[in-house]
Design a protein around this ligand. Structure first.
Ligand SMILES: Cc1cc2nc3c(=O)[nH]c(=O)nc-3n(C[C@H](O)[C@H](O)[C@H](O)COP(=O)(O)OP(=O)(O)OC[C@H]3O[C@@H](n4cnc5c(N)ncnc54)[C@H](O)[C@@H]3O)c2cc1C
Length: 357
């Protein structure tokens, strides 16, 4: 079995930032650390984002450390722009990402090490930086009658642009940015749209500056400190108010209804008996952390979350989660990569010790 000091799992924003900092402190790719990613191309989850999510519609993509993204055409799909940027970044810093390589499990190994199983063979490591994001775990809510629906049900991660909704009646479920963006695209071509959300959406009129960002991160951090699953970023930041959103509110497209109670073969029904007929139900209901492969390490608390100090998992200090919870944004992922490497450097300076309990 091959042995390395550190395995980085995932080569999105968080994994690449971590790899950059590992190099910076003198560790060599393929000798001291390895980056494994199961997607076909550079770009992390961005490579899969729908083509109408152009670079101009992305709100605040923070650069990777050491190399800016400059001169990108705002009309180009963000999947292309960011895919090309990440590819150039890997090349420039010689990060040697192994792809497509999947990690189905990380287990306790021998001599205080971790055993990282992968589709290109097992590796033994002294530390793991997990940067697997959320894209692989779309969240589908459950409703009574869901399986009886005669139309199409899809998740926002499967959205490929508005054309396929032409002439259809569409129910959009979810209160996040994806719901709003996709609804605004679909409404002009659909026969009708209905927007339902669990809670009334909060639109944020003012700017989203550094102070608001810090406050949002602090809220998510507090949940993670308590061992609770992190909630979505929008639930703490509110939805950004743009001209398109303003128009959508004026035209009634962003008139929101509460969640329906059940699904029928032809639509949805609310508790007061009101109904809406539909051919399509689109769930823009977000994602969960893609960390099932860490289950053998038993990192979860009774509250269902993973208690952390910064990026370090309290139950197993050999494991760092970057791009998780408070660091699940492009700026957070960037900072988390640096913080994780700083702590791992200290861990590597000592003799290996098995995790407690
Ligand atoms: C639609 C949408 C729009 C967004 N817009 C913005 C924005 O405008 N600004 C912003 O700051 N943030 C935005 N975000 C959030 C942002 O995408 C993320 O915070 C950030 O890009 C995630 O980076 P990451 O490195 O954590 O994960 P990812 O980019 O998801 O990378 C994870 C990588 O890990 C790989 N992987 C996963 N599991 C395994 C495994 N078991 N084995 C091997 N490899 C694995 C995946 O293939 C992937 O390449 C958006 C999110 C979504 C869904």
């Amino acid at each position: 079995m091959r042995a390395v000091e550190v395995v980085v799992i995932g080569a999105g924003q968080a994994g690449l930032a971590a790899a950059f900092h590992l190099r910076r402190v003198g560790l060599e790719p393929d000798r001291d650390f390895v980056v494994l990613d199961h997607s076909p191309r550079p770009g992390g989850a961005w490579q899969f984002r729908w083509p109408t999510l152009t670079y101009g519609k992305v709100h605040g993509m923070h650069a990777l450390p050491g190399m800016e993204l400059t001169g990108a055409d705002p009309g180009r799909p963000s999947s292309e722009v960011i895919g090309a940027y990440f590819g150039a970044y890997e090349e420039t810093f010689g990060l040697r990402v192994h792809r497509p390589v999947s990690v189905p499990a990380v287990r306790p190994g021998e001599d205080g090490r971790l055993l990282v199983e992968s589709s290109e063979g097992d590796r033994s490591a002294r530390a793991v930086i997990n940067a697997t994001g959320t894209w692989d775990r779309p969240f589908w809510p459950r409703f009574p009658g869901q399986e009886t629906f005669g139309g199409r049900q899809l998740h926002s991660s499967q959205y490929a642009g508005p054309e396929e909704f032409r002439g259809a009646r569409v129910v959009v479920v979810g209160g996040g940015t994806s719901a709003v963006q996709q609804l605004l695209e679909i409404a002009p071509v659909a026969a009708g749209t209905v927007w339902v959300t669990r809670r009334p959406p909060v639109f944020r009129a003012g700017p989203f500056g550094a102070e608001e960002g810090r406050a949002a991160v602090a809220l998510v951090e507090e949940r993670v400190r308590q061992g609770l699953p992190p909630q979505s970023v929008v639930s703490v930041t509110g939805l950004p108010m743009s001209d398109a959103v303003r128009r959508g509110r004026e035209s009634g497209v962003l008139e929101r209804l509460p969640l329906f109670e059940r699904i029928t073969p032809t639509g949805v029904v609310w508790p007061d008996g009101r109904t809406a007929e539909a051919e399509v139900i689109l769930y823009a209901t977000g994602f969960r952390a893609a960390i099932d492969h860490l289950a053998p390490l038993k990192l979860r608390e009774p509250g269902g979350g993973i208690r952390m100090a910064g990026t370090r998992v309290l139950r197993d200090p050999r494991v760092h989660l970057v791009g998780y919870g408070p660091s699940a944004s492009t700026i957070g992922a960037h900072r988390a990569g640096r913080a994780a490497v700083r702590e791992i450097q200290q861990l590597l300076a000592h003799e290996p010790v098995a995790a407690a309990g």
